[in-house]
Design a protein around this ligand. Sequence first.
Ligand SMILES: [Zn+2]
Length: 264
Amino acid sequence: MKKKRKPFDDKRDKIVFLGTGGGRVVVFSQVRASGGLWFQLDGTIFVVDPGPGALVKATSMGINMEKLRAIFISHRHLDHCADVNSIILAMTDGARKKKGIVFAPPDAIDEDSVILEYCKNTVENIIRLKQGGKYKIDTISLYTPIRFIHPPQTFGVTIESERYTISYITDTLWFDELPRIFQGDVVIMNTVFKEPRKGFYHLCIHDVEKYLSVYKPKILILNHFGMAFLRAKPWEWAERISKQFNTRVLAAWDNMIFDLDEET
Ligand SMILES: [Zn+2]
């Protein structure tokens, strides 16, 4: 039997995509998983947007939950935070240790909290995200420059480690400042739709084109796919746009390990 690959065994800087599904249909039928983005940067492990299944996916990938330092929630929709309580308990040895940081918008903490009270009490620090916010996890800096256009309070984030800058553009409607405000070497973009849909506050593939016509990162990674876009094969669109803009564009897949040292 092949030895199971344990991505967090080494000290390499990486992003592990434990879920690339987006939108109600894909997430709640688990056509694509929703286990969030797991980072290891400068030896620090943290998770962004742990949706349904995040704990199961992370442990099966060999991530040592006791080494987890922080949880970042971009907004209160369940595909971004459903597993936050389970992960807090995994991180704190079942609420026996007080440790870790949770970052979330105020409406995910103070109104109909997505975090249960006893889970709140076992975390060392709960930080309410705000526009223009700057935060730290060990050597890592996090920036939330602007509130996104999405029904609950929603924040994208730029993550800066010693060697890498990564922008995570979570769920939002397009706005023109987006490519000027979020300029990571690596850009992860939640591209739910192929075509825009009225009444839904999500990005589509044409927004990726708009973004790249203003700013070209080293690599742009499409993520968080809805059903119609999945049927339209986002990996083919990634290739097409990649050629069109002469920039690396990749459509993420479940369990994709993005090794920053190798890829950038
Ligand atoms: Zn959302």
